[in-house]
Design a protein around this ligand. Sequence first.
Ligand code: SAM
Length: 225
Amino acid sequence: SPSHGGEYDVERNQMVNEVMADAAATASSSGTSALSPQVVAAMRKVERDRFVPGWLSSLAYLNRPLPIGHGQTISQPFIVALMTELMKVKAGDRVLEIGTGSGYQAAILGELAGSVYSIEIIEPLGNEAGERLKTLGYRNVKTRVGDGYYGWPEAAPFDAIMVTAAASHVPPPLLKQLKPGGRMVIPLGTQFMTQSLMLVEKKPDGSVATRQILPVRFVPLTGGH
Ligand code: SAM
């Protein structure tokens, strides 16, 4: 909005510098790559203060998860950047996100992909994020309320899929909706045990390779599946 005068630009750049330092440290310990210029540019552009509750906007550029209501969180910026990097999104890609939450991750993906489909199971969060993304002008991001375990079959197949809540296993419907050659990033594990961020690659021949990236802590993937 015109009243939003970039009051947090300095803080946002500081945050991105911290995220890049975290990514570089993780690259040497976990064999991931440093952040690409495209992911860095998206992180520098998207105004995270627009995606957190008003009373937390002054904390929006801490490199930390923050509460967004309904017992849910907006993820730590470093984790957002790392998961985005692992997806290797190319211009024109069709991307699916499970767990819209605030819509922040969807906006980051929207900066990089051709189209983004994002599903949230908590109706008020999903509706609010959808409105927010519309207001901010993300015409290439579609949201809907539902159980993301089953994916978005009408929009499949996807070049990349990101799950932003911890699941006990890779949901078979999501694997099915991933293109051969596509990548899925998903935290696996329970709420009470260490979870692992996993990179799942569907090879061009349809076989699946899974790699453990990093210990993480996410809210659980809920739903009736
Ligand atoms: N990506 C979000 C963002 O940028 O703000 C943060 C996601 S938060 C860590 C996880 C979200 O996944 C929560 O909003 C939660 O309600 C949602 N969720 C949990 N289970 C789900 C399911 N089965 N389908 C869709 N969303 C789900």
